[in-house]
Design a protein around this ligand. Structure first.
Ligand code: FES
Length: 555
């Protein structure tokens, strides 16, 4: 009866029975929307995927999913990553589909789509949106994110005037495609390639390259074969894949956000991943991708240099080369013929890009469950630093006071922001790159130590300690810091401490009041009640793990 209804309703669309009978049904899960500029081309790419599916003998069906345009969603797309993961899982569970092509790329879409597909565990391949094109400004290549931050600081300092700023606005985002620095988008799509979820080289192809269209078509063709091979995530996404993803993350100098997303993705496959494992990898594997914000090139340059296959070839001694991938071959086989075409962009491991690692996990009386910093994008002079805290109790207070001329601050001050975590904000926005006070910008200061339980954009740079866990809103010690406390950070020792006695902390704790939750209903309420802390990946507690979900009864 049910299959009759399916056949009948497809014919209602004007399809002949021969067009879909006895063919694998492939979902194209598309995160296109008018408010996701990085995905502006994904309707056309869905057409290319469709072509590939038909060519290989499958039957394509396009299923729209939450688009999550990074800068368009308030308060932060992170609040909705788990929403997209749930949507993806349930789209694939509730519809009659055999396999899926996942179309995404803007920051949270990659982990969201992947988490859902891993939980549903049908054959799935990732088709990344690809980075946007470079532009030029005053003779230098410019891109999104890192340059936005650099130019914004110059604008606030008065070094760039309004007419120039208006010209720059469009220059930094030249075409559809994801941010073209090694921000969160490129970090995640590249890691996902290293973990075997994309065709080789897919993550580095610029969005507007005709090769990107061909990659989309090939992904469509390959998923049909994957269905016949029953090549689902549980068969190829293993601890070895995770080792490869982590190694790629470190060599790329990727975004701190990836630490959260990787833990959440691994958790969906029942794989336990800790911050400490990533710290160990970061100490062993140097940053060799010369890309903003750690370096000075853009994703288009990375593509010309050979992209991910070339980078993976360079760190092959750190990889589990036997890990299976969506090609049906091992990662080692996929990258066997890859070579670096530009040593300025993809360095050798003995000539790294930056003195610092991609990630350092700090612990101490401010962050007993951990906090992270990206040393490769921080100032070495702050690697071992003691400074007086200037504490903001909320983002609103920070924004109203940070640029005041009478702010008691100098370049050695440690700026602290509370209540920016998963529960406190809620959704853990990218507030962690606290603005440099205008009076210091005008003196030429461009970096300071900043500490928060929020996240930081992967395109940004600076000595920012983020993801302090547990966060202030659930009573983490960060909540107890006060202006004037001395804060000591030592990246080599991996420590972050307030020079405050246990007795004083206990006194402050007895006076501390948990913030009142103003969200009584809706998704935000669900998030606050169920999101885990940053060191656990911020997934919902009821979605973690790989316990089987029973099929709902049908008749
Ligand atoms: Fe979409 Fe950066 S805003 S990738």
């Amino acid at each position: 009866m049910r299959s009759f209804a399916h056949r009948q309703r497809l014919q209602q669309r004007g399809l002949r029975r021969e067009e879909f009978l006895d063919r694998p049904v492939i979902a194209i899960v598309n995160t296109w929307s008018d408010l996701s500029p990085c995905h502006a081309h994904l309707r056309e790419r869905a057409d290319a995927v469709r072509r590939g599916i038909l060519f290989a003998g499958g039957f394509p069906v396009e299923l729209p999913a939450l688009s999550l345009g990074e800068v368009m969603v308030k308060p932060t797309t992170m609040l909705y990553r788990n929403f997209l993961a749930m949507e993806t899982e349930e789209l694939l569970r509730s519809h009659p589909v055999d396999g899926a092509v996942l179309l995404g790329g803007c920051d949270k879409t990659t982990p969201g789509l992947l988490m859902g597909a891993i939980s549903m565990d049908i054959p799935a391949i990732y088709c990344p949106a690809g980075p946007m094109l470079n532009d030029r400004y005053q003779g230098q290549s410019v891109g999104a994110g890192t340059h936005t931050k650099k130019f914004w600081d110059e604008y606030v300092a008065g070094n760039i005037k309004q007419p120039e700023w208006i010209k720059l606005e469009a220059k930094m985002t030249r075409s559809p495609g994801t941010c073209n620095t090694m921000g969160t988008a490129s970090t995640m799509t590249s890691i996902v390639e290293a973990m075997g979820f994309t065709l080789p080289g897919a993550a580095s192809i610029p969005a507007m390259d005709s090769g990107h269209v061909r990659m989309a078509s090939e992904s469509g063709a390959r998923i049909v074969e994957m269905v016949w091979e029953d090549l689902k995530p549980s068969r190829f996404f293993t601890r070895d894949s995770l080792i490869n993803g982590i190694a790629a993350y470190m060599a790329l100098g990727g975004s701190t956000n990836a630490a959260i997303h990787l833990i959440a993705i691994a958790g969906r496959a029942g794989l336990k991943l800790t911050l400490d494992e990533m710290d160990v990898a970061a100490r062993r594997i140097p940053v060799i991708a010369n890309l903003f914000p750690a370096g000075d090139k853009l994703m288009e340059d990375f593509f010309y240099a050979g992209g991910m296959p070339a980078l993976l070839q360079e760190i092959r001694s750190h990889l589990a080369l036997g890990a299976l991938t969506v090609t049906g071959k091992s990662l080692g086989e996929n990258i066997a013929s890859a070579e670096c075409l530009d040593r300025e962009v993809i360095r050798s491991v003995d000539r790294p890009v930056a003195p610092g690692a991609a990630l350092a996990v700090l612990r101490g009386n401010i962050c007993p469950d951990g906090a992270v910093i990206k040393p490769s994008a921080a100032s070495p002079k702050f690697f071992n630093h003691v400074g007086k805290a200037l504490v903001f109790e909320s983002s609103a207070q920070m924004m109203s006071e940070i640029h005041r001329a009478d702010l008691d601050v100098d370049e050695n001050t440690v700026l602290v922001l509370k209540y920016g975590g998963p529960v406190g904000a809620p959704g853990m926005p990218e507030w962690g790159n606290l603005p440099i006070p205008k009076k210091l910008l005008q003196q030429g200061v461009r970096d300071m130590v900043r500490i928060s339980d929020a996240r930081m954009s992967g395109t940004h740079y600076g000595s920012c300690v983020v993801h302090v866990s547990p966060e202030a809103a659930v009573g983490g010690p960060l909540a107890l810091l006060r202006t004037g406390d001395m804060i000591a950070i030592n990246i080599e020792a991996r420590t972050l401490n307030a020079e405050v006695s246990d007795e004083e902390f206990a006194r402050r704790r007895s006076a501390w009041k948990s913030p009142v939750c103003i969200y009584e209903r809706g998704f935000t309420r669900l998030y606050i009640e169920h999101a885990t802390q940053a060191h656990l990946g911020c997934d919902f507690d009821f979605l973690m793990g790989n316990a089987p979900t029973p099929e709902p009864p049908i008749y």
